[in-house]
Design a binder for this molecule. Structure first.
Ligand SMILES: C[S@@+](CC[C@H](N)C(=O)[O-])C[C@H]1O[C@@H](n2cnc3c(N)ncnc32)[C@H](O)[C@@H]1O
Length: 350
């Protein structure tokens, strides 16, 4: 490894130190978010002093001052002159857009899930690597037969947290995925495991003459209708289990972040079922964070692959991994589109 480090990194390991502290940097944002810092600043008429923020959010002044200083250091907040009180904190445009709950592009759910569920799981990363399996039992005391029993454990709250996380991703990547290929030739699109319907809505927007529906587990569909529905929703929901029984007929099946959850043989049996169900010319669109063919990046896809080890039963793959799976299931003409964002698209036809 030393050969690959630059000379300056050998003189002083800046990058390594940055990585050591990565989890603390994340925690600063997550805690500020949980305490309501970004919501308060967004709603304020101007910059607020640390004392004012501490008072409003019922925290210690000293602790809040340090937290706000760190957020300024991270360039998430800005220091502005505040009326009457000298210096005050103000949100950057990025914080207002993505960190405050009230924004239409809020990633609040994504942060909550990372903080409350992913973070505890990742304390067992070493065990996951040693044992080669997920750490749901050690982290949450659950011995689930399938990882979604752990994801949706015990109560509505955990399910809604996960659904919020899934929904947030498509605020950022939905349009790029829906338009990665021209899918207008597919009249009937079914998003299998489509969760809240966020990606399906992007598909419906991009292809107004196609019908778009979502299939997910019954409890998820109930929650999607109750908590994530939109006025004049174009998307229809079906309850079902894509491993058991039939899937609704379609010209195009979307599997977004499904293949990466499951072991190879389960993915293959699902893809074979889709192949048998769709007509010739029909297709399947996989949406995943794709590794480079060499598996030497992108770093986010490598991190997501470790996440699949810690939490699920699957992995992230390079293009050849998806091509092989799709070909083995009978699909051909595999095309890959890297969006340059977190998620990529892979299209294949029967
Ligand atoms: C990782 S999430 C991806 C959600 C969505 N496709 C997205 O990318 O936002 C996996 C989804 O598969 C659903 N799921 C898991 N097992 C399923 C099954 N056997 N049948 C149908 N849906 C299932 C989950 O409820 C969840 O919504």
């Amino acid at each position: 490894m030393a050969e690959h480090l630059s000379q300056s990194e050998l003189d002083y390991p800046f990058k390594l130190l940055e990585y050591f502290n990565g989890f603390r940097v994340s925690k600063v944002i997550f805690s500020a978010c949980e305490l309501g810092v970004f919501d308060l600043l967004l709603g304020a008429p101007g910059p607020l002093s640390a004392r004012h923020v501490a008072h409003e959010l019922r925290t210690s002044v000293d602790g809040m001052e340090r937290l706000l200083d760190a957020l300024v250091g991270m360039e998430v907040l800005e220091v502005e002159p505040a009326e009457g009180t000298g210096e005050g904190e103000d949100s950057s445009d990025v914080a207002n857009l993505y960190l405050a709950r009230g924004s239409s592009k809020s990633l609040h759910h994504m942060m909550t899930y990372q903080n409350q569920t992913v973070y505890p799981l990742w304390t067992h990363l070493g065990d996951a690597v040693r044992e080669g399996r997920n750490q749901n039992e050690k982290t949450f005391g659950l011995q689930p037969e399938d990882p979604f029993q752990a994801v949706y454990r015990s109560d509505d709250e955990e399910m809604l947290k996960f659904m919020g996380l899934m929904d947030s991703s498509w605020i950022l990547d939905g349009h790029d995925i829906a338009t990665a290929f021209d899918l207008s030739c597919f009249q009937k699109i079914v998003d299998l495991g489509g969760c809240t319907g966020a990606l399906a809505r992007e598909m419906a927007k991009a292809y107004p003459s196609s019908s778009v529906s979502v299939l997910d587990l019954p409890t998820v569909v109930d929650a999607a209708k109750k908590y994530f529905s939109r006025e004049n929703d174009d998307v229809v929901f079906h309850s079902g289990d894509f491993f058991l029984g039939d899937v609704p007929p379609a010209d195009l099946y979307v599997l977004a972040r499904i293949v990466h959850d499951w072991p190879e043989e389960k993915c293959l049996s699902l893809l074979r079922k889709l192949h048998d169900t769709c007509r010739p010319g029909g297709g399947v669109l996989l949406v995943e964070a794709m590794l480079l063919e060499t598996r030497r990046g992108p770093l986010m896809a490598q991190i997501f692959s470790l996440n699949m080890l810690v939490q699920m039963e699957g992995r992230e793959r390079p293009p050849s991994g998806y091509t092989r799976l799709l070909n083995d299931a009978g699909f051909h003409d595999v095309q890959v589109c890297r969006t340059g964002k977190s998620y990529d698209a892979i299209l294949a036809v029967r």
